[in-house]
Ligand binder design. Structure first.
Ligand code: AMP
Length: 281
């Protein structure tokens, strides 16, 4: 596995691979890797000749400086996991390499970003779109792999690709969970034992809400029941629970036959902010 630290190095590496006719898969991450990330690498490996993973804790997508400071960083462990998973090149740039100067461009994804993560984390998707655009320009992948754990992010990235005519395909993979249902997340490392023990409730609440959606329980009632269930656990402070159209991400008041629903939540557990979602098709 090649380790690349400069933008020019990444460009040269992928340019050479392309000129040899290789198909390039890109897996952008912020590191502290787990099985959720590695399944993206494995999917890329199955479909592409070159798999470029990036590990970059992107400062511009953090609305909370403390969250950025405390974000887990374990570069050696990441590199050790990536090579056996089939990664052929690892891009680990410094902040100065990605942002040689402050960016001024602002993205506006309209209704897609006025809800959920976009509404609760000011500037988050602007930072995501900026760094993802930079990575797409530098690596020019044929395919880029993202996780459905960040459902709204996938929708934003698809919009970005469509609006800016990036010549690549977005592949979205399902959420990988711990045995007790907790969605794998780099931030789970920061959970203390009590918060970790309480955390599976997030997924349990979503599963119960999904059953209610299938039974035709009205969205407002589903939302309220989920909030009540989360409220039973003193260690969990819910930020939002949403019953939304899976494509437009807009909150639902009633169900539209034939349209998938996504149930999303964000909550704080002992100072750690986690998100999760479940799709009801
Ligand atoms: P992150 O390092 O958290 O920015 O995540 C990098 C990529 O991995 C994103 O596309 C995430 O959606 C994806 N990802 C993170 N956690 C999971 C998970 N538990 N299952 C599937 N994909 C995930």
């Amino acid at each position: 596995m090649q380790i690349l630290t400069t933008a020019a190095g990444l460009q040269a590496y992928t340019e050479q691979a392309r000129s040899r006719g290789q198909r390039i898969g890109l897996v952008p991450t912020m590191g502290a890797l787990h099985a959720g990330h590695l399944q993206l690498v494995q999917a890329a490996r199955a479909e592409c000749n070159e798999v470029v993973a990036t590990v970059f804790v992107n400062p511009t997508q953090f609305n909370n400086p403390e969250d950025f400071r405390l974000y887990p960083r374990v570069p050696e462990a990441d590199a050790e996991l990536l090579a056996p998973a089939g990664c052929t090149a690892l891009f680990v740039p410094s902040v100065a390499e990605i942002y040689p100067q402050p960016t001024v461009l602002k993205f506006d994804f309209g209704p897609l970003e006025r809800v959920m993560e976009g509404a609760h984390r000011a500037g988050h998707f602007n930072g995501v779109a900026t760094v993802v655009s930079k990575l797409f320009h530098l690596a020019r992948p044929h395919r880029a792999y993202f996780g459905q754990k960040d459902w709204q992010q996938v929708a934003i990235v698809r919009q970005l690709v469509a609006d800016l005519s990036f010549d690549l395909e977005i592949v979205a993979r399902p959420t990988v969970r711990e045995a007790d249902g907790l969605a794998m997340s780099s931030r789970n490392r920061r959970l203390g034992p009590a918060a970790r023990a309480a955390a599976p409730l997030l997924h349990q609440v979503l599963v119960a809400a999904a059953a209610q959606v299938r039974d035709g329980v009205a969205p407002a009632q589903v939302r309220a029941a989920a909030e009540t269930a989360l409220g039973q656990e003193p260690l969990i402070a819910p930020e939002y629970v949403e019953v939304a159209d899976a494509q437009t991400l807009q909150p639902l008041e009633t169900y539209v036959p034939g349209r998938a629903v996504v149930l999303c939540l964000a909550a704080h557990l002992g100072g750690v902010r986690l998100i999760d979602n479940v799709l009801v098709e």
